[in-house]
Design a protein around this ligand. Sequence first.
Ligand SMILES: [Zn+2]
Ligand SMILES: [Zn+2]
Length: 252
Amino acid sequence: MIKKLTVLGTGTIVPVSGRTCAGYLLETDSDLVLLDCGPGVLHALADINIDYTHLHHILITHFHWDHVSDLFALIISMNIRSGGKSQLHISGPVGIRDMLHQAKKYLFQHQDDYIPEQLQITEVTPGSFTVNDLSVETDLTGHTDRSLCYRISDDSGKTIFYSGDTVYNDRIVRLGHRADIAVIECSHSEHYAHPEGHMRWPDVQKFDREAQPEHLVVTHFYEDFLADTIMDQYAEDSHITFAHDKQEFLIK
Ligand SMILES: [Zn+2]
Ligand SMILES: [Zn+2]
């Protein structure tokens, strides 16, 4: 059963103090599932006293560096800790197998602890699959040609939606519909001139109206959004949380 979601990073590839890149930890009765693994996520796990060797399944939304770079560090760290016997299941868009294998050639040529052959890799396309006891539904977000969002549910119906990076569209509304928690990217304020590939605040408001999640958790902030007054305007709104790093959400 889903118990807790911890936001490990609310930042983007453009550094902002105190905001690590994308990573979200889902805790169930029996499992830890990581959603995305951007730079800083491994250290954020250490900061909240989560032993990364207990991670067995990682869901990746897309291949941008702010969502994947610590994956490589995690693979190596796991093998260092386990003496080369780590078991890691990584699911992500089509191409993730090639990305992880090609990294050996270019990034980790002489690094014996990076062993892509040992990974269990699943390339997922729009549709449904399971992660142990969890049901997962995925669809394309339109941020890149194969970027994905995930709707994750347990047997009791508790549901988390994670948009990854996205543009507004009916698919994220469908997968986010009535979720207990919808984690939605909001890269920019409405004044940002070139939001291509990302959500601005009015898009997030539209998503909220259409998908009607129980709780809206907003994340993935660029500097222009943080400089705006939006977070102050909604500070008292209990339905919306503008997440900060290492913020925990209990799912009841
Ligand atoms: Zn991103
Ligand atoms: Zn991206």
